[in-house]
Design a protein around this ligand. Structure first.
Ligand code: SF4
Length: 315
């Protein structure tokens, strides 16, 4: 069988090691070297191009259904849980905590919950919206396991590496948010990011109010492609007298977008995290669909006020 192997960026260093194991089982193996950020980004076109019978996608669980033979091999990382003890003083005033993690640590979630329960906490584990598959699991674009239990908990605990995943959950919740990072040993509340990102969002909206030309980003990645939304947004933009173009790429290159000087602002329909995490890499505002709605709402109000003033002045 010919197999195409696909690894996320953090696991690419192990590509040859896995390839040799699968070759030893009698398969022919090709390795995808394209950037890969999630299971939304299956290398099906490459697999078809190299006439692979199967795509083996490492590091992520299934995200969406595709018409191709795909095997998912999630990457489990078993880490030492003794760090949890150090989080107890920071959680002392909270009775009920909402617990979440990523697919890498899902197999340890029960043990983490049990630890907090045996230390007097009530633990709530929420359900994802659907892209993530397991209770308590979050993705950059599925934080249902956190937002769905916001009203039931006094604080949240995210267990895992990095800030990418907890940041998405933080921005859609309201309670104190503790990150327990088993790799660096860091335990910290990250609540201050809520205001920071809210300010950034307001800044992007204000900076887009006078935009005349808007670029709408559509990714061809199979789990991100949303041409319907892009077409709706284009009509909405044009209904306010602005010009809009739909811009297509697989992975958006920010240098290439920065070269598209005609556009005054961009709107994202691809991975929702682009308009949150990558705004510093692009010179023009990069809005989410909700931020665009806010821009259009304010422009409408402003135009109504201007019309009213001119009517009053002429009467
Ligand atoms: S859409 Fe974005 S956040 Fe969601 S899985 Fe893909 S890369 Fe991750």
């Amino acid at each position: 069988m010919r197999i195409l192997l696909q690894f996320p960026e953090g696991l690419k260093q192990k590509a040859l090691e896995y390839a040799k194991k699968i070759e030893a089982e009698g398969n022919e193996v090709v390795i995808s070297a394209s950037p890969t950020f999630g299971a939304c980004d299956l290398a099906i076109d490459e697999a078809k191009h190299v006439k692979a019978d199967k795509l083996v996608h490492f590091g992520h669980a299934e995200f969406h259904h595709v018409d191709f033979n795909v095997e998912y091999i999630p990457y489990e990382m078993t880490v030492d849980l003794s760090i949890l003890k150090e989080s107890l003083p920071q959680l002392s005033k909270f009775e009920t905590i909402g617990l979440m993690t990523t697919v890498q640590h899902m197999h340890q979630l029960d043990a983490i919950a049990q630890f907090y329960r045996s230390n007097g906490k009530a633990v709530v584990i929420g359900k994802p919206f659907g892209f993530a598959k397991q209770k308590g699991q979050i993705l950059g674009c599925d934080i249902g396991s956190a937002s769905g239990i916001d009203k039931q908990v006094d604080a949240f605990v995210y267990f895992g590496g990095g800030l990418f995943h907890p940041l998405g959950a933080l921005l859609q919740t309201t309670k104190p948010f503790l990150v327990v990072e088993p790799f660096t040993g860091k335990i910290e509340f990250i609540d201050h990011y809520r205001n920071e990102y809210k300010r950034r969002s307001t800044g992007k909206v204000l900076a887009s109010l006078k935009a005349k030309k808007i670029g709408i980003l559509v990714s061809t990645k199979n789990g991100q492609y949303n041409m319907n939304l892009a077409s709706i947004l284009k009509k909405q933009v044009e209904s306010q007298g602005m010009s809009a173009g739909i811009l297509v790429a697989n992975t958006f290159d920010f240098d290439a977008l920065n070269n598209m000087l005609e556009f005054d602002a961009f709107v994202n329909t691809a991975c929702p995290r682009l308009a949150i995490d990558d705004t510093d890499r692009i010179r023009k505002p990069l809005l989410s669909a909700n931020e665009l709605a806010e821009v259009l709402r304010i422009r409408k109000e402003q135009s109504a006020i201007t019309n009213l003033k001119s009517k009053t002045e002429s009467s």
